[in-house]
Write a protein that binds this ligand. Structure first.
Ligand code: CTP
Length: 404
């Protein structure tokens, strides 16, 4: 598996001779499947051209905070939301000082303030500038804010001096980015995820279904995998590819989905129901294609099993997480479902013309007994990682309470 598939890296390049190494870094990040958005400071232009970075990243480089074209496309707040991680490489002494004081006088420093994502800085400067007490004090300050400092390495410098201040090599920075996405929160846990729509046949060529793309469920499966879980993904018909290490079982109908889930539920620790299961199926499926002979056609529907409720009702049920797609009264409806179905957690979102189903971004309100969490609008992959994190915390809280 490519280690950075679907990951969105915002690479900030500031002024320094090490900027040439950032070109190699973009290539390495993309080889691992990452989408890379380069943001350059004015100082960086002196060392490497935006055109080079654009060619390597496959995206126009952003440089200006108040650029009408960029703001009309992906403005600074969208860029901040888009990113999963910000890596500043090279990080100049000047930029580190700006970070220390929370300045926002150019695009890159503004993004560092506006994004709520891990921030990594790979310093690169003359050894005396690195050793300077001002720089050291700045580094100490930003490390207290959980900004990760990668390097610098010691050795020969472009200025002819020898000492600490060389930017780490591209491959070392790649590993540091990879480490951000790998964690062991769910190591050894078996997680079942349902995803996508179901299809309920009307006749041999027609069916009832819905607009679910499966993206949220597949993103949940990947995020659980990256958190170290063994993942079973029970998926309705979608055009997505599951990661190799996930045990993906394809189904069509709600009944098939229920059967596969229940046959895997015995040793499951966590069940996440992200599928948009059809609530009803045809009472009778026509054996032959229905002809358009009548003026009107009635199809009688009967209720499908509720996969999520069935799992939550098991004698020794796993930690169960439901989704709720609502068009109104989000909180009330979500809490009703949480209690009604006997769930441990529920992630609710508004659906309608502009929101939800087949969209790239989403926002979630997550509820559990005694708590809630708002996850702001973001790409579904990013939301999935945040949600898996919240699920893991609640799962362990529940189990530590049981142990006492
Ligand atoms: N779900 C399920 N099996 C069903 C219907 C729903 O497992 N037959 C799960 C979904 O995967 C989701 C949750 O139940 O996690 C909520 O589904 P939703 O359609 O929002 O709610 P319903 O319970 O079906 O209620 P309603 O359609 O009336 O809002």
């Amino acid at each position: 598996m490519k280690t950075l598939q679907n990951k969105r890296i915002l690479l900030g390049v500031t002024g320094g001779i090490a900027a040439y190494k950032s070109a190699e870094l973009v290539r390495r990040l993309r080889e691992q499947g990452a989408e890379v958005q380069v943001v350059m400071t004015r100082g960086a232009f002196e060392f490497i051209t935006p055109l080079t970075m654009q060619a390597l990243s496959g995206r126009p480089v952003h440089t200006e905070l108040l650029d009408h074209d960029s703001e009309a496309g992906m403005g600074h707040i969208e860029l901040a939301r888009w990113s999963d991680v910000i890596l500043i490489a090279p990080g100049s002494a000047n930029f580190i000082a700006k970070l220390t004081y929370g300045m926002a006088d150019d695009l890159l420093s503004t993004l560092c303030l506006a994004a709520d994502v891990p921030l990594l800085v790979a310093p690169a400067m003359n050894q005396q500038m690195w050793r300077n007490r001002a720089t050291q004090a700045n580094i100490e300050t930003i490390m207290q804010r959980e900004i990760s400092i990668l390097g610098p390495a010691e050795g020969d410098q472009a200025c002819g001096e020898v000492g600490p201040g060389r930017m780490l090599e591209a491959v070392q920075l790649l590993h540091a980015v990879e480490a951000i996405f790998q964690n062991s929160m769910l190591a050894g846990k078996h997680v079942i995820v349902t995803a996508g729509p179901t299809r309920e046949a009307i006749d041999p060529v027609r069916y009832i279904s819905n607009r679910s793309s499966g993206r949220m469920g597949y993103a949940m499966a990947r995020a659980a995998l990256e958190a170290g879980a063994n993942v079973t993904l029970v998926s309705g018909p979608v055009s997505l590819q599951a990661p190799d290490q996930v045990n993906c079982v394809k189904v069509n109908t709600a009944k098939e989905m229920r059967d596969v889930v229940l046959s895997n539920a015995d040793d499951a620790d966590i069940f996440i129901a992200a599928a948009a299961v059809a609530d009803y199926r045809c009472e009778e499926i026509a054996e032959q294609k229905i002809k358009k002979s009548e003026k009107t056609l009635s199809i009688k529907l009967e209720k499908n099993p509720d996969v999520l409720a069935d799992v939550a009702n098991l004698l020794s049920s796993p930690f169960t997480v439901g989704f709720a797609a609502e068009t109104e009264s989000l909180k009330d409806n979500a809490i009703k479902k949480l209690k009604g179905k006997g769930l441990d957690m529920i992630a609710a979102n508004l659906v309608g013309d502009e929101l939800g189903f087949d969209k790239e971004d989403n926002a979630l309100e997550v509820f559990w007994s005694g708590g809630s969490l708002s996850l702001q609008t973001a790409p579904k992959e990013k939301l999935a990682r945040q949600l898996v994190h919240a699920i893991a915390l609640n799962y362990y809280e529940k189990h530590s309470n049981k142990a006492h």
